[in-house]
Design a protein around this ligand. Sequence first.
Ligand code: PRX
Length: 656
Amino acid sequence: MSKDIYYPNPELFPNARIPDMDSYYKLVDEFKNDYEGTWAKFADEKIDWFKPYEKVLDESNAPFYKWFSGGELNVAYQCVDRHLSSKKNKAAIIFEGDNGDQRVLTYRELSYEVNKTANMFKNNFGVKKGDRVVIYMPMIPESAVVMLACAKIGAIHSVVFGGFSAEALRDRIIDAGAKLVVTADGAFRKGKPYMLKPVVDKALEEGCESVEHVCIVERNGEDIEWIEGRDYSYNELIKSQSPKCEPEPMEAEEPLFLLYTSGSTGKPKGVQHSQAGYILWAQMTMEWVFDIQDNDTFWCTADIGWITGHTYIVYGPLACGATTVMFEGVPTFPDAGRCWKMVEEYQINQFYTAPTAIRLLHKMGADEPSKYDLSSLRVLGTVGEPIDPPAWKWYYEAVGGSRCSIVDTYWQTETGGHMISPIPSATPIKPACATFPLPGIEAEIIEEDGTPTPVGEKGFMCITKPWPSMIRTIWNDPDRFVKSYFSDCKKDGKAVYFTGDGAMMDEDGYITITGRTDDVINVSGHRMGTAEVEAAIKKHPNVAAVAVVGKPHEIKGEGIFAYVVLKSVPVSQKDEVADDLETIKEINAIIKEEIGAIALCDGMAFVPDLPKTRSGKIMRRILRSIVKGEPITQDTSTLEDPTIVPTIEEIVKGLY
Ligand code: PRX
């Protein structure tokens, strides 16, 4: 084994469910020997069923797998109501606002808020089981309350990240056919108010006929427009609601929520998750990967607009009856010590964030952690993108005091919860490595035909058996579901789930994720489809063609780089850089409008043409190599015009 191995500190994990590697292998074997039986054991132990399920796994309509069919439960009951008998006065949500304002919701208070909101949705907005509710909210407790209220009455929520533009929000509202949109006037960031409601107003200007009402949480108190008969104040309506609401019994496979994510082509996909399978795995991974214990305070810094926020701010921690921290602000305000100050103040035990944040905090305040008492920490987590060894080391030493386990968790919107991750109490960790599949997860690196990829080589990261928290379908588009996930790789002649990522196993069996194999860029741990960004750029009247690729970025991991062919002569070739800058500004303004600031380009090159094959296919690999400054190893002789490659190389070199 390589020398660079970090062993767990057993003193930190006296009550671990998987205390060592022997227990890990035992559990892996248990699943291997009796896959369905072992899942059933956990489902019986963890879920408060209203009605027992009839079948553990139904594969009859693969890949539309069903788990725990016939069983009935309610996820809000699982996350809130069932804890009232033993934890009614325990903190469920600890909220810290951007300005440092604090709020604590106990399980009893949370149950009242969820029930009142559920009653409001039913009584004031006529929301019924199966209706879709779009949530466009900041990081405030009401966001979790609204999600749980939907779950309580069986409505399907679709949270849209608050950084998305009106256009992006509109697409998601229309695709989901939402009846209700829940938003806030706005919130606070870096000491200043920012707005959300005007974005909703703009989104609803056209095409959103399904939307009957907009419910507005008043958070920052700024002036907003109120549209008579459509817009209602959450703060007002909540006052008269009853705090009692019976949970709607939900069949295990009925949708719990949709969450839109980018694919390599076309519009975003509405990933549909189930009730029972999703909540089961959310709970199990909280216990295994975060070693959540009754007295712990858990903080995941993600936004609720992403899957990480769904599973590890709201559903996972609350299903476990844990205390979850929600933070409205940004980690660098008022300074780069904000997170560490909060860790000290709330005595955080598990801290879960993205490598982008770690790189930023490392760069902006390498010594900040030493100013605070971080001794409560046991587990440090990362998610969303590969973490580089220097950032990992700083996280381990400066934040974790060389005591804590780091869990590099690999998973996706579609997987619902962690797939490959160290177990903090058991796994000897190699820096920046996701290590091993979790028990029950058949994650394998294979070739398209299912043969195992040799050690040390890159292969396709597949999950070769269905698992409970997997995506069920793409909303409104089952064909795309099959095509996106179950058509690239087969094992034993059967289509298996392909993640879209490449991965490599070392001689010790450790798995490292090598990144996307498709045209998806990972910006600050957020998935961005090149096709979406290209479609936005093409809206500029002077753009003839465009190709977008990922470019390594010191903080974001990957940034967005666009090769743009203008209809008129590219001005840069006439040395009129000022005009170029104007065009770049205009293009970025369009991107902001169509998608949001997260998709802004980090670089742009105006080129005379793109490298295309004779059949018209753009050779993106060449463009990726050029922007990375790598030598071109691809065969360029098949290009329509091979001379374009050195021309583009020259232009890009000139930019830096
Ligand atoms: O490429 C992988 C990367 O993020 C993608 C999933 O993105 P999303 O659905 O937005 O979910 C992010 C949060 C779960 C994956 O296909 N990714 C996720 N975790 C890791 C990762 N890449 C490397 N290491 C990870 N730990």
